[in-house]
Structure formats: structure tokens, C-alpha cells
Design a protein. Structure first.
Length: 327
């Protein structure tokens, strides 16, 4: 009985199928094919996104686990360029490790001319990017080596902060700020190395810096001078970090005098720099790649401005001199 029923059902199904017109059958086949193709596409996109996510997580874990991060693992580096996600990840880490600025290599008593300021730098000093770009870094921080008015402004601000009050006269505080600033100037003039060679010499100093609000804090700065190979632009990268929790303002001011142990204080702070960057997975090569790409991006954006379109036929060196003159 069951066999006869199955046979009749099969016969009915076949007759129904035969009654369909060719056009109807084609429509069924098309819908089935479209559904299959759509599902296949979704699976491919999902697999691709999952792979990218796994690579991103792998890069993050490797960067935390060992120095070398992108360059030694090979993740995020393609030839001599960083992939976009690696570029953005490294920018976040550099802003966290030391809020950075990219400046012209034009040091004077008031520092370098700022051409780009990271989000971390803007948060640290309470200036937005537009307020920072084009200014000399020491003028922005409120440290003037040759302008007593600026020094007195910072010194009075320090005296007005009760928790940082020290048994020093206004003149002593002023001399301490000048002493520390002169040390920074010496470091800047002596900094000739780059980050990608073992013989590099990074500039390092500790200064009293001022936020836009007037608050004064102890700031660590790391300085590196480089040349962008494609454009020939000589630029300076400066990393900044608030280290007031490790070096209170009282201790800084008491050391910033002849025989006060300022050199020893600076060297002690400097000894922790490499360990800090390594813990964040920031190595030399990936940092160099990041800043080289950032500088090329800045250069390209500058050339897009209307007044620069007429200068494209000039040599790179001529363009650079014109940039400085125009600004």
C-alpha cells in the first residue's frame, strides 16, 4: 500500500512539473541561481571580514608581546609602507606614548615651527590643531629663553598653584625655568641622529610646560631629526608626555640649578623611555614608516593649495624655501 502511495505521489509531482511552461521553469531556475549566488557572496564577504579581524587582533597581540610589532612580525607592513589599519593603530599608540608634533627643522631659542599636531598633543596642552600649527613650540608651551615677560608669566603661575608651592623666590623659579630650557636647547642642537640606525642620537629633556589654561606640569620630550627621502624635507618629530606623577614640579625646580642634580634627574627619566615604548609595541622601523608616510601626506596636502599649484615645476628645495617664506 505504501509503495503504491509513494508511486502515485511521484507520478503527480512529475505531471505537475511537466505542466509548467518553459518560461516558468526558467524563472524558477533563475531565482534559485540568484539565491545561491547571493549566499555565496555573503559567505565570501563574511570570511574576508573575519580574516581581516583576525589579522588585526594578531597584530595587536604581537605588538604587545614583543618589540618589533609590525616590522618584525611582518603584519601591517607591505614593502616600505604601512597598511592603513596599521597606520591608524600606530598613530593611536604614538599619541598615547608621547603626544607628538611634526615640525620644521629650524630650531631657534623659541623651539621648532609646528607643522602638525597629534590629537594626543592637543589634549595634553589644551590647544586645538589650528592653534598649534605655525607656532614655535616653546612659545606655545609658555617657555621663553630670551623673553623675561614669558618666563615671569610661567613663574607666577607656578607660585599661584598651592599644591606645588615651594620655598623659592620668583627669581629662583625664573632661573630654574631658564636653566632647564637651556638644557633643552643644548639637546636640540646636538640631536643629529635618526630612529632607524643603531648610532642614532635622540634628543631627550625634561621641561616645565604650560597648558592653555595656565596649569604647569613637568613634561618629558624626545626629539628626532629626519629627512623625508622623496621630497627632501628636513623635519623634526617631538614626543611629549606628562611625567608629573614621577617627577613632581617641586623636585624639578629644586634640581634645575647648577649643582642641583638636574643632569642625573634627566638621565634617570631617560632610562625608562625605551622600556615604555617597547611595552606599547612601538619599535624604530614602524615608527619611521609611520612618520615618513605622515610627512608625505602633509606635503601632498600642501601642494594641493591654490598658491602652490603654480610652483609644481620648481625643484623640491625651491618649494621648501617658498613654503617657509609664504608662512
Amino acid at each position: 500500500m505504501s509503495t503504491a502511495l509513494d508511486l502515485s505521489l511521484c507520478t503527480a509531482a512529475c505531471n505537475k512539473f511537466k505542466n509548467h511552461s518553459p518560461r516558468c521553469l526558467d524563472s524558477h531556475r533563475t531565482r534559485h541561481f540568484d539565491a545561491t549566488l547571493e549566499w555565496s557572496t555573503l559567505r565570501t564577504e563574511f570570511a574576508s571580514n573575519l580574516l581581516l579581524l583576525l589579522l588585526f587582533l594578531l597584530a595587536s597581540l604581537r605588538a604587545q608581546a614583543m618589540p618589533g610589532s609590525f616590522s618584525r612580525s611582518g603584519v601591517g607592513v607591505k614593502g616600505d609602507e604601512l597598511q592603513t589599519w596599521a597606520y591608524l593603530l600606530l598613530q593611536d599608540r604614538l599619541s598615547a606614548a608621547g603626544a607628538f608634533t611634526i615640525c620644521d627643522n629650524d630650531f631657534s631659542d623659541q623651539g621648532y615651527t609646528i607643522r602638525s599636531a597629534s590629537p594626543g598633543f592637543c589634549d595634553l596642552f589644551e590647544y586645538n590643531a589650528m592653534e598649534s600649527v605655525g607656532h614655535r613650540c616653546c612659545s606655545l608651551y609658555g617657555l621663553f629663553a630670551r623673553q623675561c615677560l614669558g618666563l615671569r608669566k610661567v613663574a607666577k603661575c607656578i607660585r599661584n598653584v598651592k599644591k606645588n608651592s615651594v620655598d623659592m623666590t620668583l627669581e629662583d623659579i625664573q632661573q630654574g625655568i631658564r636653566f632647564a630650557h637651556d638644557y633643552v636647547a643644548k639637546e636640540c642642537r646636538a640631536t643629529k641622529g635618526t630612529w632607524d640606525t643603531p648610532s642614532s642620537r635622540l634628543g631627550y629633556a625634561v621641561v616645565a610646560a604650560r597648558k592653555k589654561s595656565g596649569a604647569v606640569f613637568v613634561c618629558e620630550i624626545v626629539i628626532s631629526n629626519r629627512t623625508e627621502p622623496r621630497t627632501g624635507w628636513q623635519y623634526t618629530v617631538i614626543l611629549h608626555r606628562d611625567i608629573s606623577d614621577k617627577v613632581p614640579l617641586r623636585q624639578f625646580l629644586q634640581a634645575a640649578r647648577p649643582g642641583g642634580g638636574f643632569e642625573e634627574l634627566t638621565q634617570k627619566c631617560k632610562s625608562n623611555m625605551h622600556e615604555r615604548l617597547t611595552a606599547l609595541g612601538i619599535d624604530t622601523r614602524s615608527s619611521v614608516l609611520y612618520f615618513q608616510e605622515k610627512v608625505r601626506e602633509m606635503w601632498t596636502d600642501k601642494l594641493k593649495e591654490p598658491q602652490w599649484k603654480q610652483k609644481r615645476s620648481c625643484s623640491t628645495s625651491t618649494i621648501y624655501r617658498s613654503w617657509e617664506a609664504d608662512l
